[in-house]
Design a protein around this ligand. Sequence first.
Ligand SMILES: [Zn+2]
Ligand SMILES: [Zn+2]
Length: 330
Amino acid sequence: MTASPHVLPDPNGTRGGSEEAATSSATLGGERRGSVEQIALVVFIIVPFLALLAAVPLAWGWGMSWLDLGLLVGMYYIGCHGITIGFHRYFTHGAFRAKRPLRIALAVMGSLAVEGPLVRWVADHRKHHKFSDAEGDPHSPWRYGDTLPALLKGLWWAHLGWMFDQEQTSQQKYAPDLIKDPAIRRISRQFVLWTAISLLLPPLIGGLVTLSWQGALTAFFWGSLVRVALLHHVTWSINSICHATGKRPFLSRDRSGNVWWLAVLSCGESWHNLHHADPTCARHGVERGQVDSSARVIRWFEKAGWAYNVRWPKRDRIAARRKRAAAEAA
Ligand SMILES: [Zn+2]
Ligand SMILES: [Zn+2]
């Protein structure tokens, strides 16, 4: 079998023979996850998590340099905003329009978060909104039922387990707009490259600044491993914690909640009840005092002229989605 530039051999044969389906895959592999990919996934989840566990005693013993802390925080918020502003609010929901360089930059920044290829992320998330907390949702904590044991099992599923599901969300069905863009398709397929850059950049900087292997090693530990683990668990908490608990002042078809204590770490994504009530809104923390750094950065992009047609929250639209107002109107 000879492969055209965008076609990889499909070992599972699940893509079918149609040329259109084959050319439009935007990630390596087909609709089903192969075993090599499963193993890679385990490694990428377990190793940073072990680093996170080791972080506390090591910080006690070694101490942590300002450079390591800076790399951790800097890389964390680049990746986190790449996910929240780029993958989520822009690519998944179209909360604003972006000039071409910003579009590309957001695709790359989000890829540095090591949360899977862009097009797969978007397809999964659009499916999540379509079926939120009902049959078909890729990661609902209510999947196994409402009892406590069922919820505990469901939380594990929503946080982590769903990623090992062999059944993949169809990219052709859920993200045809992204597959059509060759640059976006390329960035999505280059996921391994972005992962390597994301993991090697901190030790490179740490080594060059301190001119030592020790500096490179601690930078790798804090800036790469601990940072990736922390961002993974915060992102996954939106799927697990924010669908199991939190305040629900707004009307949504699901059990999404606003969880205040995750707001800073999640770059504003934990105002998840509002998000499900009004998914295309560029700001999720719409109430006074609700921290939403992603919305702030989108505002900066708008002022710089890089982002336009931003869907900022509208007073009457938000009011109509409030539970009390809706009940009174009924
Ligand atoms: Zn959700
Ligand atoms: Zn969403």
